[in-house]
Design a protein around this ligand. Structure first.
Ligand code: NDP
Length: 317
């Protein structure tokens, strides 16, 4: 089958695609018109990288499109409702990255609470003749509030439980079979916890959900950790809250306009900033790439997507 590669992939991923498919490349923001004449009509699948925006205008121009396979569990880069209305399958790469992302969430939480990157900068800058100041932040006797207790949120909760932290959460729906207290709103969650950790998806439903009201509820000793999507946090409100002490600190793996990180954040010492690396080990990225390709192979061989997203028209009515 002819497939369209949208966005940038590693060389090993490109090789995996080439083994099974006839590949055509669409670079980020490149116009579909730039494909050679007759190619758009032949495309039956899109392999999308996280930096590729698969919007309705692109989908419209591919009349033979059957499936969009996304690299990553979050798929806010794809117009999934448009695809669903046109019976186009969308798949993502759940589970294979869960533990890796949960590890980084916990790492980022410890780094932020205990100022580990600031302490390392202090050492490298040759300041170790006295002692690094005692940190105001700690995880001892603190409650972790998880916004988005799904696959990743639960893996984080399991780790935090082993670290003797109390846990509470907010989702739209209560999770069955968990003992953690449920908060009916994000505001309630923020006022009940010391560390607010976002592992919720991006997209319209969560856009700028974490804003000034939430920071006020979190309070002056509060910490925000975001490993979900940058769009979920009102970055301007966050910068203000960090500057005026409405909250204490923040650890961020994701940003509103990646790879752009606001200058204000870059110059603050009470933030830990990571370049969207939560799943970025060779081991896990390979597993994600394999699942993306396996979805396409299974679709074209057996007519079965392996990991369709909930919004996708599968099983076929
Ligand atoms: P899941 O779908 O398993 O979990 C998402 C959770 O968020 C669910 O419990 C869901 O519960 C809750 N949720 C969704 N929408 C809302 C809402 N509007 N309000 C409140 N809660 C909501 O996904 P995963 O755990 O596998 O992944 C979560 C997200 O993590 C991904 O979508 C992605 O954006 C991000 N991610 C980031 C990575 C990184 O590199 N930083 C790597 C991998 C993932 P309910 O439906 O009941 O509301």
């Amino acid at each position: 089958a002819d497939i369209l590669i949208a966005g940038s992939f590693s060389q090993s991923a490109e090789e995996m695609f080439s083994k099974s498919f006839v590949c055509h490349r669409l670079l980020q923001d490149a116009d579909i018109q730039s494909l050679p004449v007759g190619v758009a009509e032949k495309i039956r699948a899109i392999a999308a990288a996280p930096n590729a925006s698969v919007h309705s205008n692109l989908i419209k121009k591919l009349p033979g499109l059957e499936i969009i396979a996304n690299f990553g569990v979050g798929y806010d880069n794809i117009d999934v409702s448009y695809a669903a209305r046109h019976k186009i399958i969308v798949t993502n790469t759940p589970d294979v990255l869960t533990e890796e992302v949960a590890d980084v969430a916990i790492g980022l939480m410890i780094m932020t609470a205990r100022e580990l990157s600031a302490a390392e900068r202090w050492l490298r800058d040759g300041n170790w003749n006295g002692s690094y100041p005692l940190t105001r932040g700690t995880l001892r006797s603190k409650r972790l509030g998880i916004f988005g207790l799904g696959r990743i949120g639960l893996a984080i909760a399991k780790r935090a439980e082993a670290m003797n932290m109390e846990i509470c959460y907010h989702n739209r729906n209560r999770v069955r079979d968990v003992r953690y207290p449920y908060c009916a709103s994000l505001r309630e969650l923020a006022s009940h916890c010391d560390i607010l950790l976002c592992a919720a998806p991006g997209g319209d439903a969560t856009r700028r959900a974490i804003g000034s009201e939430i920071f006020e509820a979190l309070g002056p000793d509060g910490i925000l950790i975001n490993i979900g999507r940058g769009s979920t946090v009102d970055e301007t409100a966050l910068i203000k809250a960090l500057k005026d002490g409405t909250i204490m600190s923040a650890g961020l793996d994701v940003f509103h306009d990646e790879p752009h990180v606001p200058e204000d954040l870059l110059t603050m010492d009470n933030v830990v900033l990571l370049p969207h690396v939560a799943s970025a080990s060779q081991f896990t990225r390979n597993a994600m790439g394999k699942l993306q390709v396996d979805n396409l192979v299974s679709w074209f061989r057996d007519g079965l997507p392996l990991t369709p997203v909930p919004e996708t028209p599968w099983p076929r009515p």
